[in-house]
Design a binder for this molecule. Sequence first.
Ligand SMILES: Nc1nc2c(ncn2[C@@H]2O[C@H](COP(=O)(O)OP(=O)(O)OP(=O)(O)O)[C@@H](O)[C@H]2O)c(=O)[nH]1
Length: 429
Amino acid sequence: MIEIHAADDNPAEAFRALRVLLDAVGACIFTKDLQGRYTYVNAPMLALIGGPAEAVLGSVADRYVDPDGAARIRADDVRVLQNGEDIEREEVNVLAASGERRVFWTVKRPMRDAQGGIIGLCGVSTDITERKAIAAQLEDQRQLLQAVLNHIDAYVYMKDESRRYRYVNEKVAREWGVSAAQVIGKRDVEVMPLEQAEGFWRMDQQVFETNAPQMAEESFVGPDGAITYHWSVKVPVNYEGSRTLIGLSTDITELVQLRERLRQQAITDGLTGLFNRRHFNEIAEKELARARRHQHATTLLMLDIDHFKSINDRFGHPMGDAVLQRVAQVLQAQLRREDTPARVGGEEFAVLLPRTDREAACVLAERIRAALSQDRGVLPEGLGLTASLGLAVSEGGHTKLEQLYAEADALLYQAKQTGRDRVCCRAAS
Ligand SMILES: Nc1nc2c(ncn2[C@@H]2O[C@H](COP(=O)(O)OP(=O)(O)OP(=O)(O)O)[C@@H](O)[C@H]2O)c(=O)[nH]1
């Protein structure tokens, strides 16, 4: 603790107090005459350059620092002493006393007499070696972190509760077609279309509401309209006093596309592109449940190509395949958007007709039969393609799917038995 009690009426005491103060400020303080010789150095300065005050006073800096440092000091002194300049700058000196390389922030100003003539200079040198080392270390770490964040194959960002981006890495900026500087500090709605911003915000909001990490799939529509899919992990953090999240999203577009391809493969018949039996049954069950809620009639139509085996036998399997594809096309051309056709067996097709009663279904079935028998698409000239159809109706969605299959199959069998190329419908009860 420094105690200074200076009194105006006691100059000696005031001078002593001033020396105590100058010795305690934690910086090197000095004055020099017009030749650059020290006329005053405080205790920290003496400790730094080594040597008793008597030896230092009257000497020049050359004795205490390396030749390069001394030359710089001399040049600065000349600018202050001759030109009256104020100098503030960083100095790097190797101290002769210890051999240490130290960095100083030095301020030098001219001292003037009552007439304004320069009589010397005064200076303050603050040793900033450690501070500089820490700053350099921090800068190294910042650059390293920056390099990692910008080269990592992930979108990294920070966003606060007011939807403002506090950070985005270069990958984010590239994907959005802007620079990181254009995004940082802006709200999401300012840098992307509203719908997209709202899409991201849904998950962000959950992070802030639960104050817990969240993980989910997100999609992004790029400036070129291409959709990319991300797996996003968002973690809440307190950053500079505001609730913020750190987000890390990885591009899973290829995975999502593969998943979609596999899903398509799992639900469709590879040859005709129609749904397969398993997926058709799922759709049919849902439709029957909906029909029960709304008291609609739903019809199941079964179609089997006549004498298909003989097509295979006469013209070969590839021709048989082409016929199956053709039947699928003809079938689709006759249906409404809400109808669902499927290939449920080798040469057997099913169609689900929502909100369709027996009468309308019979008319449609007949239209399909006629379209097929008139089609000249695949088989050689003069050869016709026919099919037999049976249908069953679930009034108000109350008949189970198995029952519908059984009934439609029985009527299909009846159509085959009674000559083929026909539709069998049970008369309305
Ligand atoms: N080309 C081809 N043939 C298939 C496919 N799946 C099943 N088949 C054939 O379809 C034929 C079905 O023959 P059947 O069940 O005897 O019936 P059909 O010859 O159509 O006789 P009806 O139904 O009684 O008029 C068999 O020869 C199967 O090998 C397929 O994906 N491609």
